[in-house]
Design a protein. Structure first.
Ligand SMILES: Cc1ncc(C[n+]2csc(CCOP(=O)(O)OP(=O)(O)O)c2C)c(N)n1
Ligand code: SF4
Ligand SMILES: [Mg+2]
Lengths: 420, 338
């Protein structure tokens, strides 16, 4: 059914259609509307057979989900940013224990300085935690990915994060096609756990493992992610057949066939990038041979699919909303690894941190430079160098230069930041 | 089987021997058919009070639930010594997740079981016990514990209090008693050992949450401990049982003195044994023959600095004052301030 609703509401309704049995909720922007929606559905009786638990922290949210999942219940939670970091120990634990929890991450920057706006630092900081990470480009895809995520998680006994851009998607009111309960029931069978806490067949879960077996257990976690590389496209294809639309998969390419330059990104910014590429391909704008590659599955990372998609190009530009401080790009590192030996020119563009707008104008200038072979190895898109240099000068001049973020705000003269 | 009727002077105590009791009144541990929920062969130190306390408590909970029990366990000695995989001592479904999240994991299990029971009702309901050491309970797991209490989740949480982080080599926790020596409160300087005026008594904080049931116990009073587990399992909602479990390694006591140490902790008043319902104290296990705190402190190497080279009379007086305060506060000489 077509609906004009907020992204968060769409995700809440999709999660409800998946018949979750335990939901843990803790507020943090921009994720709150999702669990609020689910809480309302449970309380009103619209969503039956589900316990909705208001926990005291994100650490507890993930821990409750660990307990409920281990006891055989389909378990869901959502978080973002500081919340994801606060639950970090339990996030690793859920993956280590092989519990198929599904969690929405409404991607948001990490402080300090505290910032509620979108970038991908939060889920990428959990890059190696053992969870699968799927990135949605649109609200429709966010909705669809949740349905696929439960299926994928439970088949593999691995937890899955569905990442959607905070505010840009979570708070955008858009048209979505909401599937029916019968459709979802056909796609997603009831949860059959591989391991369960059952008094009739007592097992010990979470024992200490020493050097004699730890490597193998870790390798098996890796092997499962490699299995996911095969299952993700299959499940997306099956989804496409049943629901009649393309959602999910490992990667998606756009106008790559004859592209000499391919821009790689994740999430909602792909829309802006595609618009820019369409414009640059117009003869009056130079008719640039440029295409786009969207990564849906960040974990497992689709090395082969990316290499295959870049086979015909000359160069790629990874535009990412994350920064490996002291090194450069996070996604770019993985992409470079994927194209090892292919002789491509690679560029990293750090953009949109903390919600900095990524505009068509800036992208067009950037891509033109890239196509002309003039782009630096690493670019910080729309960075205010004047502000940066002023602070560097200040630190040279005085010892007690004061708090950095506050200095920059004072220099900028902006009174716009609010905390939630 | 023949038995003697209970003589008058023994009533009102739980120390009466099984021999004197009717079979149905005997302790769970006295039965050859006890569950052995935590089976023999684990790697605890000789005389470990925690191993003993866990066996008593979980067997009693198994008895009360007819074997329909799931356990969540915090990181700590109990977790480490019971599961040197491929061996496990647990005869119950058991999960260890982290050090500080056990109460929340138990909440999740209880929620899942509730949903499952509603969807497909089966005769005997499955109940949940969470357990951890004092560090895992009063310090790092305290947020999750308080959350579980406040939501009144259907979980019995058992804290095995040995007064320190034993698994990592005997460091101070917020349950380490004043003056006690640990690796992080060494017996040096002007105020050797753990400082006075710090720490927290979580049973009292649990009572402040007004949860349905809070109790303390020691491994010296088996029947009292079992009775409290039984009572706890009769009740729905959040329940808390805090068991004093002497640790021969950490306390510097002889392994054959574990029970004696637990008994002395209670008989001196340093560890009050009582129960409370909905925030109100309901009972106290009476001190039978009050003893000065020295009787309890002297056999423990963690207090050796109080006795030699020069006796620290003022410190001993401070500790005696703590015991006297407990006696008064919990009515330990008259069986509770009903
Ligand atoms: C987050 C975290 N911090 C620290 C540790 C290290 N650690 C493991 S067990 C333990 C001590 C446990 O003390 P307690 O809970 O009192 O149990 P005991 O061993 O005394 O029975 C510590 C500090 C850990 N495993 N996880
Ligand atoms: S250190 Fe103490 S608590 Fe740990 S096993 Fe030994 S006696 Fe038991
Ligand atoms: Mg301890």
């Amino acid at each position: 059914m077509l609906k004009q609703i907020e992204g968060s509401r769409a995700v809440a309704e999709a999660v409800a259609l998946c018949r979750p049995e335990v939901i843990c909720a803790y507020p943090i922007s921009p994720q709150t509307h999702i669990v609020e929606g689910l809480g309302e559905m449970v309380k009103s009786g619209e969503l039956q057979g589900c316990e909705f638990i208001n926990v005291e922290s994100e650490f507890a949210a993930m821990s409750v989900a660990i307990g409920s999942s281990a006891a055989g219940a389909r378990s869901y939670t959502a978080t973002a940013s500081q919340g994801l970091l606060f639950m970090a120990e339990a996030v690793f634990n859920a993956a280590g224990l092989g519990l198929p929890i599904v969690m929405t991450v409404a991607n948001r920057a990490i402080g300090a300085p505290i910032n509620i706006w979108n970038d991908h630092s939060d889920s990428l900081s959990m890059r190696d935690c053992g969870w699968l990470q799927l990135f949605a480009e649109t609200n429709q895809e966010a909705l669809d990915l949740h349905i696929q995520a439960f299926r994928l998680a439970e088949e593999l006994s691995l937890p899955v994060m569905v990442c959607m851009d905070g505010f840009i998607l979570t708070h955008a009111v858009e048209r979505v096609d909401m599937p029916t309960q019968a459709q979802v029931d056909t796609y997603l069978p009831p949860y059959e756990p591989r391991q369960v806490l059952d008094p009739n067949e007592p097992v010990s879960i979470g024992a200490m493992v020493g050097p004699e077996a730890f490597m193998e257990v870790r390798y098996l976690a890796h092997a499962k992610q490699l299995q996911a590389l095969e299952r993700i496209p299959q499940l997306a294809a099956e989804f496409g057949q049943q629901f009649g639309r393309d959602s999910g998969g490992l990667i998606r390419t756009y106008r790559c066939d004859d592209a000499e330059t391919v821009v790689i990104a994740m999430g909602s910014v792909l829309g802006t990038i595609k618009d820019t590429v369409d414009a640059l391909r117009q003869p009056e704008n130079g008719g640039l041979k440029i295409g786009v590659l969207g990564i849906v599955s960040f974990r497992p990372f689709p090395h082969e699919a990316i290499a295959a998609a870049l086979k015909r190009c000359k160069r790629f530009v990874v535009l990412e909303k994350s920064l490996a401080v002291g090194s450069g790009g996070i996604v770019a590192t993985d992409v470079r690894m994927a194209v090892t030996g292919m002789g491509l020119q690679g560029h990293t563009v750090i953009a949109g941190l903390g919600g900095r707008a990524i505009t068509v104008k800036s992208l067009a200038a950037l891509f033109e430079k890239a196509c002309a072979g003039q782009l630096e190895l690493t670019t910080f898109l729309d960075l205010d160098w004047k502000a940066v240099n002023k602070q560097l000068e200040r630190e040279k001049a005085v010892r007690r230069s004061g708090p950095i973020a506050e200095n920059l705000l004072r220099d900028a003269g902006v009174v716009a930041a609010r905390n939630y | 089987m023949s038995y003697q009727p209970i003589k008058f002077y023994q009533t009102g105590t739980f120390t009466v021997g099984n021999r004197l009791l009717a079979p149905e009144e005997r302790s769970v541990q006295a039965s050859a058919k006890r569950f052995n929920s935590i089976n023999s062969g684990h790697r605890a130190c000789q005389g470990c009070g925690e191993a003993l306390g866990a066996r008593y408590a979980i067997d009693a909970a198994m008895e009360a639930t007819h074997g329909q029990l799931v356990c969540a366990n915090a990181t700590g000695c109990l977790e480490v010594f019971s599961t040197p995989y491929p061996e496990t001592s647990w005869q119950v479904p058991w999960i260890h997740s982290l050090f500080g999240n056990t109460a929340a994991v138990a909440t999740g299990i209880a929620a899942a079981l509730k949903v499952k029971q509603k969807k497909a009702p089966h005769g005997q309901e499955i109940r949940v016990v969470a357990q951890g050491g004092d560090g895992g309970t009063t310090d790092i797991g305290f947020g999750c514990l308080s959350g579980m209490f406040e939501r009144n989740d259907d979980v019995l949480y058992i804290c095995y209090d040995n007064g320190g982080y034993m698994n990592t080599g005997i460091q101070r926790s917020s349950a380490t008693p004043p003056a006690a020596r640990t690796a992080t409160t060494p017996a040096v300087g002007v105020e050797p050992g753990n400082v006075f005026g710090q720490g927290k008594f979580v049973p009292a904080i649990a009572m402040a949450h007004e949860i349905p049931y809070v109790a303390t116990a020691t491994v010296a009073d088996l029947r009292d401990l079992e009775a409290k587990v039984r009572r706890a399992m009769e009740i729905r909602g959040a329940r808390y049982l805090h068991i004093l479990v002497p640790c021969p390694l950490g306390w510097g006591t002889a392994s054959h003195d574990t029970i004696r140490m637990a008994r002395l902790a209670k008989e001196t008043g340093l560890f009050p044994v009582f129960s409370a319902e909905h925030g109100e104290q309901k009972s106290a296990l009476a001190i039978r023959r009050q003893l000065p705190v020295e009787e309890y402190l002297k056999p423990q190497k963690r207090y050796a600095h109080l006795f030699a080279p020069t006796p620290r009379v003022e410190v001993l007086a401070q500790l005696q004052a703590l015991a006297d305060r407990n006696i008064k506060r919990y009515g330990l000489l008259d069986g509770g301030k009903q």
